[in-house]
Design a protein around this ligand. Structure first.
Ligand SMILES: *[C@@H]1O[C@H](CO)[C@@H](O)[C@H](O)[C@H]1NC(C)=O
Length: 273
């Protein structure tokens, strides 16, 4: 009974994952005034706001998913991008948090760039575009599920793996190019890369992980390489909020851990039967 339910839940989540995705070419197809770089700067800033307001990581992931779904459906000029960011965070906080910061705090954090009324108006627009479908499975949803099912335990090494995974997954939020990957693919790729970073000599993938995540290494390859580029600072290296957050002791200093410049080709091949 229990197992069947978990399997069913997994399939439902995978389907919702497909439905609630933005088109992955919206920046070119839809937007005229903003760019992937500006989107990255906005996400980087939101990481700091989430930290300052003591919000949950889940709220950050949801807010970014609202931003992308909104931008895929509606043209936004650069002077309104930060407004979209704070209003998305406000909507996500209402959905996810027990204690939601007051509206004033969200307009104040923009240094008076926007009024309360503007935030509320944008909130209404976001809800309209989301069609009130506010919950969607994020990278974090899958990541925590994968970690529990294959890398459980409360020991220090399990904790470090989890923090490394969370660090890499947050880096993926900065990157417009990662929108083309399913959240479950990004989660599995982060697990692969976290295991590789911590133990570069050991093959990061095995049959248990393949079965529990549903992905072979070849399914993850391009996503792994993209996130590895982010980790090494080959992309978006000027955006420092996530790197600096994860350099703190309470986050295990995982962003300070060096990763090899190159992932050996032998590790990026599918497992032998
Ligand atoms: C794969 O790795 C996970 C995590 O280290 C471990 O729990 C599992 O037993 C391994 N499976 C196999 C088939 O080696």
């Amino acid at each position: 009974m229990g197992t069947l339910f978990v399997i069913l839940l997994h399939f439902v989540t995978l389907q919702v994952e497909q439905l609630r995705r933005p088109r992955d070419d919206y920046m070119v197809a839809m937007q005229k005034d903003i760019s992937a770089t500006m989107r990255g700067i906005l996400v980087d800033w939101l990481v700091d706001v989430v930290d300052e307001f003591n919000l949950l990581a889940d709220t950050l992931y949801l807010a970014v998913s609202y931003i992308d779904r909104f931008l895929a459906a509606s043209v936004v000029t650069r002077d309104k991008l930060q407004l979209l960011g704070v209003a998305s965070l406000f909507v996500a906080a209402k959905y996810e948090e027990i204690h939601v910061p007051k509206l004033d705090k969200f307009s104040d954090i923009t240094d008076g760039t926007y009024t309360n009324q503007q935030v509320v108006k944008m909130e209404a627009d976001i809800l309209k575009y989301l069609n009130f479908q506010m919950g969607s499975p994020t990278v974090r949803t899958f990541l925590l599920r994968f970690l529990i099912s294959c890398c459980g335990g409360n020991c220090a090494s399990a904790k470090r793996l989890e923090l490394m995974c969370c660090y890499l997954a947050e880096l993926s939020l900065l990157d417009y190019d990662c929108i083309r990957f399913l959240p479950s693919v990004i989660a599995a790729a982060c697990l692969f890369l976290a295991r590789f970073t911590i133990s570069p000599k050991i093959c990061p993938w095995n049959f248990t992980l393949q079965e529990k995540t549903g992905y072979k290494v070849s399914d993850l390859r391009s996503c792994i390489l993209r996130i590895h580029d982010l980790q090494l600072g080959r992309q978006y290296s000027n955006l420092k909020a996530i790197k600096s957050k994860y350099s703190e002791r309470k986050f295990g200093c995982v962003s300070m851990m060096a990763s090899s410049e190159e992932i050996p080709a032998s590790l990026l091949k599918d497992l032998d039967k």
